[in-house]
Design a protein around this ligand. Structure first.
Ligand code: S3P
Length: 743
């Protein structure tokens, strides 16, 4: 609630009905000075007196019209079925013809119909409303001026509502701290029937049904937390709910019928012992509540990403010890995608439980795939086959994950249903034409926002035809997207890349038994085969390990062992570049796990030197440049990177954002359209901005090992997209990085 009182918004506010809601509204309006006079109306004079004694109202009347005389705003806080009579009386009184009338009833259709009957039309001053707030307590004595703070108030204006009246009522609610939303009357009643009325009906019904049975005493004696949680709302006011069900009959019946069908399906599954069906319902339901609030708030899957985090990296830390970084992000995404499209059950260990990979799981759950986990890196995917995906119930929200959006677009292009892909603010700025254009060449129908930005609307039911595509940029996401579309395209689909990019898609397709031809820089796939479920152990992510490779390399006396890291040759550019700079890196215990090479990587401190980064290594280290720039800043001499314009379209413009931060630390930097020139030298400290890019935040954390002063890294919460336990591992090695909650 705002602290300072602003000028009154209106003259006289009359609140009719001094129960909890009415009295709380009156109290908040009075305390905030929103009007010059607050008049209370209640048929019970003792309630009125109590309200005045408590300072909830300025004066009171027991007669409706007396209390409403001269009112600028009338707030009806009476039971849903009582509003009709009051509206009739108000309509008959010429004094109220210009008054703004609003209410707090839980059903809006019945209120609007009553107003229409009373006034002969819907008056322009009528602004129906419904605050989604309440309390276990009731009556005027429970009046709480903060009851509506940070709660939603839904206003349901009608076609003739005067915009000035709507604005006045909206502002009254806003000033008492509520979040105002506008909605159509019918839509409100349907949504509330599903989210509020149906659960109350079920809770009342279940408790009563159990209470009527012979064994009721035993049932209630052994009723534990689950029963109590589920039926808590059965203790609500019976009269109020009686009114609500009688007033919102059609919408409640509609929701009840849908639920009845779903309940019958559950019954059927129990009858038939259909564990797969039950698992589907339970795994989806478990995450659904969280998922939908995520989408509504456009916020993250992981709660740690909901607030701004500032990483505070203190100088003077060390880098010593053995650690295992989380699973590879690229591979984790692909296990879900291919596992979902396979026949049979795919089991995965070492899955990255980071924001981006969770977004991919949710996307496939939205399309009807049953996915268990992740629990400690283990995921079980019940594949539906290439043609078993179902239309998602709404837009698929993929958060920050470019890989999910681009690869999924390839799969969706070949489905019989329409789908929409949306993402967070950062992803919504990233280019999608690089996949949309070649997919269109294959026959896909895709709509994008301006300049090929998300959201993507992908029309189903198109006939795709295989193409050969000469990729203009070195992008594994584009290559993978087209190969996945190729699973659904007539004939063969091939992609030639201008430089080698990560080949996890090709490898994993083969791991799922799908033939893929690779010839020099061209990879080719033909439709008509199937994917068969398999087991996958995801290796540690070399892109995450890279932060500690640099940390150890720039720290005198450091010795770090990174265990079980994926060293697929299309990902090891960072090792080659660091070695060229003079790093002391040894690759030990090389083995092959699930078609991917894995090793333990030992890195010791050394004096790095500046180099010209060989252009052929750029795509092989594309995600590691932010931290390589830190290595360059700590090296003797000049490091030059060219041919890396792709860095400008990652989670942020990684060239400019890194350059800004490095300059703050006192490093000499010059940016180029396709790269950067960095002169090594001493680093100070200061405030830098990660712009919501996980790799920038982690890179500047590493810089603290050589910084003279603390580095505060704003916007670091996105580290959870790829490396949720980054801070713990930093601490384990002796680095001094902690997180503060920002604004
Ligand atoms: C990825 C490919 C790369 C990389 C991204 C993951 C993948 O993107 O930067 O983090 O999993 O295919 P581009 O294909 O855009 O280079």
């Amino acid at each position: 609630m705002p602290k300072a009182k602003a000028a009154p918004l209106t003259g006289q506010l009359t609140v009719v009905g001094l129960g909890l809601i009415g009295a709380s509204f009156a109290r908040a309006a009075r305390e905030q000075g929103l009007c010059r006079l607050v008049v209370g109306v209640d048929t019970d004079s003792s309630v009125c007196r109590a309200a005045q004694d408590m300072g909830v109202i300025d004066r009171w009347e027991t007669g409706l019209l007396e209390g409403c005389r001269n009112a600028d705003v009338i707030m009806l806080a009476v039971p849903v079925l009582a509003a009709g009579k009051i509206l009739q009386q108000l309509a008959a009184d010429p004094d109220t013809s210009k008054t703004v009338i609003t209410d707090v009833g839980s059903v809006k259709g019945v209120f609007a119909r009553a107003a229409e009957q009373a006034f002969g039309n819907l008056p322009p001053g009528l602004v129906p409303g419904h605050p989604i707030a309440g309390s276990e307590r009731s009556g005027v004595t429970a009046a709480d001026a903060r009851l509506f703070c940070q709660h939603k108030i839904i206003l349901t204006p009608h076609a003739n509502t005067d915009p000035a009246a709507l604005e006045l009522v909206s502002e009254l609610w806003r000033r008492i701290g509520a979040d105002v939303e506008h909605m159509g009357i019918e839509q409100h009643d349907l949504v509330l029937a599903a989210t509020s009325h149906l659960p109350h009906l079920l809770a009342f019904g279940l408790v009563d049904s159990l209470a009527q049975r012979d064994e009721n005493l035993d049932i209630f004696r052994y009723a534990a937390g689950g029963f109590r949680d589920f039926t808590r709302i059965a203790a609500s006011d019976p009269q109020m709910w009686h009114d609500i069900f009688l007033s919102n009959r059609d919408a409640v019946l509609q929701q009840l019928d849908v639920f009845n069908t779903d309940l019958q399906a559950l019954r059927q599954a129990v009858t038939e012992g259909d564990g797969h069906f039950l698992m589907g319902v339970f795994t989806r339901a478990r995450v659904a509540r969280e998922h939908f609030s995520t989408i509504l708030a456009q916020r993250a899957y992981m709660q740690t990403m909901d607030k701004e985090l500032i990483f505070v990296a203190q100088p003077g830390g060390g880098a010593q010890g053995n650690i295992r970084v989380p699973g590879d992000k690229s591979i984790s995404h692909r296990t879900i995608m291919l596992g979902s499209l396979a026949i049979g059950t795919t089991e995965v260990d070492g899955f990255l439980e980071g924001e981006d990979a969770l977004a991919t799981i949710q996307a496939f759950r939205d399309m009807g795939v049953v996915i268990e986990g992740p629990v400690e890196g283990r995921v079980v995917i019940h594949g539906v086959g290439l043609h078993g995906l179902q239309q998602p119930p709404g837009p698929i929200y993929v958060g920050n994950s470019g890989t999910t959006m681009r690869l999924l677009a390839g799969i969706l292009a070949g489905q019989p249903f329409d789908a929409t892909l949306t993402g967070d603010a950062s992803l919504s700025k990233r280019p999608m034409n690089r996949i949309a254009n070649p997919l269109r060449e294959m026959g896909a129908v895709i709509e994008t926002a301006e300049e090929g930005r998300p959201p993507l609307v992908i029309r189903g039911g198109q006939k795709l035809t295989g193409i050969h595509y000469d990729m203009p940029m070195a992008s594994a996401q584009v290559k993978s997207c087209l190969l996945l579309a190729g699973l659904y395209a007539e004939g063969s689909t091939s992609v030639t890349e201008p430089a080698p990019t990560r080949d996890h898609s090709e490898r994993m397709l083969q791991g799922f038994g799908y033939p893929v031809e690779v010839h020099e820089s061209t990879v080719k796939i033909e439709s008509g085969h199937e994917l068969s479920a398999t087991y996958i152990e995801v290796p540690g992510d070399i892109s995450s390990a890279a932060f500690f490779m640099v940390a150890a390399s720039i720290t005198e006396g450091a010795d770090v062992m990174l265990e079980h890291v994926g060293i697929n040759p299309t990902r090891t550019g960072v090792i080659d570049i660091l070695k060229l700079m003079g790093a002391d890196i040894s690759i030990e215990r090389v083995r092959v796990v699930g078609g991917e090479r894995v090793a333990d990587i030992r890195v010791r401190g050394s004096q790095l030197k500046g180099i010209e980064i060989p252009p052929e290594l750029v795509p092989l280290a594309i995600d590691e440049f932010p931290v390589l720039f830190i290595a360059a800043a700590c090296a003797e001499g000049r490091t030059v990177l060219r041919g890396a314009e792709e860095l400008r379209v990652k989670e942020c413009d990684r060239i400019e954002v890194m350059a800004d931060g490095l300059r703050t630390l006192g490093v000499q930097v010059e940016t180029l359209p396709d790269g950067i020139i960095i002169d090594g030298g001493p680093m100070g400290g200061g405030e830098v901005w990660a712009h919501g890019d996980h790799r920038i935040a982690m890179s500047f954390s590493v810089a603290s090992l050589r910084a003279g002063l603390p580095i505060r890294i704003h916007g670091s919460q996105h580290v959870a997209t790829s490396f949720p336990n980054f801070l713990q591992l930093c601490a384990r090695l002796g680095m001094r990085v902690s997180a503060e909650v920002g604004e």
